[in-house]
Design a protein around this ligand. Sequence first.
Ligand SMILES: Cc1cc2nc3c(=O)[nH]c(=O)nc-3n(C[C@H](O)[C@H](O)[C@H](O)COP(=O)(O)OP(=O)(O)OC[C@H]3O[C@@H](n4cnc5c(N)ncnc54)[C@H](O)[C@@H]3O)c2cc1C
Length: 398
Amino acid sequence: MAQLTVAVAGAGIAGLTLAAALCRNGIDCHVYEQAERLAEVGAGVQVAPNATRLLRRLGLADRLSAVAVAPEAIEARRWDDGALLRRTPLGDLCRRRFGAPYYTLHRADLHDALLSLVPPDRVHLGARGVAVTQDAGAARLRMADGAEIAADLVVGADGIHSVVREHLVTDRPRYSGHTIYRGLVPAEKVPHLVAEPRVRLWFGPERHCVCYPVSSGEQVSFGATVPASDWREESWSARGDVADLAAAYRGWHADVAELIGAAETVGRWALHDRESIDRLGAGRVAVIGDAAHPMLPFQAQGANQAVEDAVVLALCLFGVDPEGGLDALGAALRRYERIRLPRTTRIQRQSRDSVKTFHQAHGDAETRRDTARDSSVLDDHRWLFEYDAEQAAMTSGS
Ligand SMILES: Cc1cc2nc3c(=O)[nH]c(=O)nc-3n(C[C@H](O)[C@H](O)[C@H](O)COP(=O)(O)OP(=O)(O)OC[C@H]3O[C@@H](n4cnc5c(N)ncnc54)[C@H](O)[C@@H]3O)c2cc1C
């Protein structure tokens, strides 16, 4: 049987996971990345059991456990007095219940780990896709330098501003009204925030702050949202002003002040998402990750969903005969879409809704009572963490 050829635009978490999963299944895949060199932004990412189980199966168990932190719990506190509002236990309980760990990681560590699974000659840097076309015989990714890459399938893993998505739908990112300041501080500057590793959140009026240790506990990553109607830049290289951030969080708990005070630099990023769509592929073109369903980061699931998408799409493509024409490929893409859309649409919606909950929860007596329920709080996440995307793909039928 001839081999299916796949061209992927974007070497982020989605694109690299897809390339790793396709290469593992013997599918011919090349990744085209606009950046001249691969350098993930200096920030953290939370990776829940629904994605760690897939990453471990891809062969990254040892590599990730060497650099990740496995937090004991997620704790949400009041912005002013630091009173505990809600505690979700993680650690061993999470691992036992869901069969995989909850990790906090430096993004570069996750990215490097994924890159190690892809043969170097499959990743092409300085290669920006500008348009996609397709006909009955092939899809083509046109590059900024005029070159055209032909493949049986073009996959857009090119993030929220996806060029490939434009081939499927006409829509625009939606600004959330919030920007986020992000930074990394050395753990020795805030030792009590790493002593017992936790994801710590503080909820307050119109804003919230989150921090967690990364890089084997050597650094603490934080993100602090601020309402802003007038600042819409979306680039991690956009510098924020630490003094502005400190002013925005004046009067907050001493732990928050200390965290912000320990930061030498911060990046600033305007938070956007998009409306859910009802197609993730058409003909010879598909989208995954943020190109498919960009979401606000408040459920910490965007990268997790990118990993799930990639694993499911790779499984759906397995066994597709390129000489079977559009029917075989079309069936594979419909199956991918059927498996993924209900879940990603739900998470996109929840991510949007949760900002309201976060910013109201700080005074809510009901929320405070939740602390008594401890392990049952973990059960609230069951539908999210227990989900096995690989299993879903294997049992979905054609
Ligand atoms: C503040 C914040 C915190 C977050 N925290 C979490 C978290 O804790 N957990 C979690 O799961 N998710 C989190 N997310 C979401 C997560 O970062 C994204 O969902 C994830 O990075 C999406 O990966 P991706 O590969 O789809 O897209 P991206 O990471 O955007 O990667 C896209 C890649 O494509 C390249 N590219 C773009 N256009 C082109 C083109 N035309 N041609 C070629 N290459 C191109 C880009 O250079 C990039 O390398 C967070 C997001 C934000 C903003």
